[in-house]
Structure formats: C-alpha cells, structure tokens
Design a protein around this ligand. Structure first.
Ligand SMILES: Cc1cc2nc3c(=O)[nH]c(=O)nc-3n(C[C@H](O)[C@H](O)[C@H](O)COP(=O)(O)O)c2cc1C
Length: 251
C-alpha cells in the first residue's frame, strides 16, 4: 500500500500568489480529463468548466470577486453546474425531464458533481507542482458572471479555481483542521455538547497558535472567532433569486 496520495492530500494549502507562467493548453486539457473521471451521480455528468483566457473577462471576474489572484495566475477555471445538455436530450426525446434539474435534488446533484470534478483537478494539479485556490467569491454577483461567460439557461457558475506555479515568496502552509474525533463519528452522531465544546476550545487554541506563529503575533484569532465573523455577516442573500433565474431550485 502506498501513502503517496495521502501525503499529497495532507500537504494541501490554498495558494494565492502565482508566478506569471501560463499553463499550456495540453496541461489544462489533462487536468480536465482527470476531473472528468471523478464519480458522477447516476452518470449524469452535470458539470462544465470554462477556462477563462481572455484578459478582459478575467478583469471583469476580478471585479466580481475583489481578489487579485483571479487575474494574476497561471490559469483560471470556472466550474458550472450544467443541465443545458440534459435540456437538449429532453427536447430530443420529448420527455418531461425538467423536474429533475429544476428540483432541489437536481441542484444538490449538480453541486456535488462539480465539486468532485474540481477536487480531482485540484489534487492532480498539486501533484504536478501547481498551487490552487477555489474562488467562491465569484458568487458575489452570479448575474454578472453569467453575463461575462454568456451562460445559457440551466447552467450556474458555482465557483472558480485559480491555479499556477506558486510564487517564490508564496508562504502558505497547511492549516490545522478540526480534531478527527470531532468530525468522525462511528455508528451514531456523538451529541455530547460538553465533549464537543471542549474539542472546539482545544481546536481554537491550536488555530490561534498557528496564526500567532505564522504572523509573528500579528494574527491571533481562533476558528470560532473566524466563523462567527463570517457567518454573522449575512452574505449573498440574493442566491435563491439567482438560482431560480438560471432555472434551478424551483420545485
Ligand atoms: C468552494 C470554496 C470556495 C472558496 N472561495 C475562496 C475565495 O473566494 N477566495 C479565497 O481566497 N479562498 C477561497 N477558498 C479557500 C478557503 O478559504 C480555504 O480552502 C480554507 O481557508 C482552508 O485553507 P486551505 O485551503 O489553505 O487549507 C474557497 C474554498 C472552497 C472549498
């Protein structure tokens, strides 16, 4: 048994600073091939990937996201939930398939499929020596992203991914995750809140120590503080509207 993929997965950290070295089309297509081999619910293959190469489009997407690495990278992917192809099959076969992709279940299937494909790409790219960062920030304005990429009905831009050769001064490192016993339950969910509180308190200390060490004491926040700040800021509340406009989550 080999630990190769295990070690690769454990080394992951998001990279947000890249050398200005574009990936070749050959490499990009290899990554897509690896992504396509991810499992896909019921063989539906509900994902498309847009490779954004046009500088103006990258700049427009950067405006949506507010993050410089949307432009400054070796390549930019946008992962799209895609039932457009199924709508073609629907027309050709004169069936009523639309409930399948307009339902909440259809949205979950599309979300899971795209995420599995993306993570296959991420791991493959990391194995090739590239760094990656996912870009949920493209959902700051889904309507604008749909316009920039000229997306048809029954497609939804779920997230982007910037990738490339890490810059020489890129200094990210693997971030500590929640304790294994907090996320892994056997047979039943462990609902003991005292145990859970203690696990979270220990983890908060670990995260705070991690930031302190990495920033010479500049950052000290705990995980609970981070999620508290983020999750109370009520972001992207227009999502339901954007989903319905694209043909999703109607049933
Ligand atoms: C779906 C998704 C969307 C994300 N969106 C962004 C983003 O817009 N900008 C960013 O800098 N990082 C983004 N991230 C990266 C997370 O912040 C990062 O994975 C997390 O902080 C853990 O850090 P690590 O990847 O270095 O382990 C995203 C990650 C995921 C999975």
């Amino acid at each position: 048994m080999s630990d190769y993929v295990y070690n690769l997965a454990k080394k992951h950290h998001s990279v947000r600073k890249f050398k200005p070295e574009p990936l070749t089309r050959e490499t990009v297509e290899k990554l897509i091939e690896a992504g396509q081999m991810a499992s896909t619910s019921s063989y539906l293959q509900t994902t498309s990937v847009i490779g954004v190469e046009d500088e103006e489009k990258k700049l427009a997407l950067k405006e949506v996201s507010g993050q410089p690495y949307v432009v400054d990278n070796g390549y930019l992917f946008v992962f799209v939930i895609d039932y457009n192809r199924h709508s073609i099959v629907n027309e050709q076969q004169s069936r009523d398939m639309s409930t399948s992709f307009e339902s909440a279940e259809g949205l979950l299937v599309g979300t899971v499929d795209a995420s599995l494909m993306a993570q296959n790409i991420a791991l493959t790219a990391e194995d090739m020596g590239y760094g990656i960062v996912y870009l949920g920030s493209l959902r700051n304005d889904v309507a604008r992203v749909r316009e920039i990429l000229d997306l048809p009905e029954y497609t939804f831009p779920l997230f982007g991914m910037a990738l490339g050769v890490p810059a020489d001064d890129e200094n990210g490192s693997p971030k500590p995750r929640l304790p294994l016993e907090h996320v892994f339950h056997v047979d039943t969910y462990n609902k003991d809140r005292d145990v859970q509180r203690q696990q979270l308190a220990d983890y908060d200390q670990t995260v705070s120590d991690y930031y302190k060490e990495r920033t010479q004491g500049q950052r000290t926040e705990t995980w609970s503080e981070q999620v508290g700040n983020f999750m109370s800021s009520k972001q992207r509340l227009e999502m339901d509207h954007w989903l319905k406009n694209a043909g999703f989550n109607k049933k």
